[in-house]
Design a binder for this molecule. Structure first.
Ligand code: PRP
Ligand code: MG
Ligand code: ZN
Length: 222
């Protein structure tokens, strides 16, 4: 656990689409924060919570390792970290939040003829999600396919000749379309997750106060 027993740590994405949705949720929860100068953490004014502003990919391990008590992270990132074995035995509890919905899809150049997973045999697939992609390839008996890890701009990989397909997040589909790609398979449906715990003592009380505010926001949105 963290060293300050009276303040709860909540890890959130520093910048990006998930961050926009997360800050929107916290605002609707009636929470405002004072940002520190270096902007890597912020103090919530209404509850004893410190917000850690980090890369989304780091959130599952920070929570699993106890550096942060709670986190808000995309299911895509959480499941990749889990599938890659980076959470060890300390897999935190998960509550789906219903926002930041997107799909993790394998996409192929529009001209590629595709009817079933076996058509991906031998393909190189550019992705930031090698564990989830490889699990899907194995479950579907795709032979000889392999992943090529890229950290972003995956959709350019087929044009560059470094991959035959991509496995990436699809939200509007605009990026795929603009790069001459089309969805072949949806391998995971993602949304934001509230992760962490079980906690005890004072931290459990603070986490419960936060959870109740989130629940209130979700109820009023229904
Ligand atoms: C995300 C995602 C896709 C794109 C999908 O990329 O990885 O590339 O958005 O959105 P769309 O379906 O609405 O077009 P991001 O902007 O985070 O860039 P990156 O993948 O290069 O990090
Ligand atoms: Mg990221
Ligand atoms: Zn991408």
């Amino acid at each position: 656990g963290s060293d300050q027993p009276d303040r709860l740590r909540l890890a959130v994405q520093k910048k990006g689409r998930l961050a926009d949705d997360t800050f929107d949720l916290l605002k609707k929860c009636g929470l405002t924060m004072s940002q520190s100068k270096n902007r890597l953490y912020a103090r919530v004014e209404q509850l004893p919570i410190d917000i850690l502003l980090v890369r989304d990919d780091d959130i599952p391990a920070l929570v699993a390792g106890g550096a942060s008590d709670l986190g808000i992270v995309g299911g895509n990132v959480f499941e990749e970290e889990r599938a890659a074995g980076r959470l060890g035995d300390n897999v935190p509890m998960v509550v789906p939040l219903g926002f930041s919905k997107c799909r993790l899809c394998i996409a192929l150049p529009k001209e590629t003829i595709y009817s079933a997973p076996k058509d991906m045999a031998g393909m190189r697939i550019a992705t930031s999600y090698p564990a989830l992609t490889e699990a899907w390839l194995n479950e579907n008996g795709v032979e000889g396919a392999r992943t090529v890890v890229m950290n972003g701009a995956h959709e350019i990989a087929p044009r560059l000749g470094v991959a035959d397909a991509v496995c990436d997040i699809v939200s509007t589909g605009g990026t795929l379309d603009a790069n001459g790609l089309a969805v072949a398979e949806t391998i995971y449906r993602s949304e934001a997750l509230f992760i962490g715990g079980p906690l005890d003592g004072r931290k459990a009380e603070i986490a419960e106060a936060l959870r109740l505010r989130i629940e209130g926001v979700q109820r009023s949105a229904d």
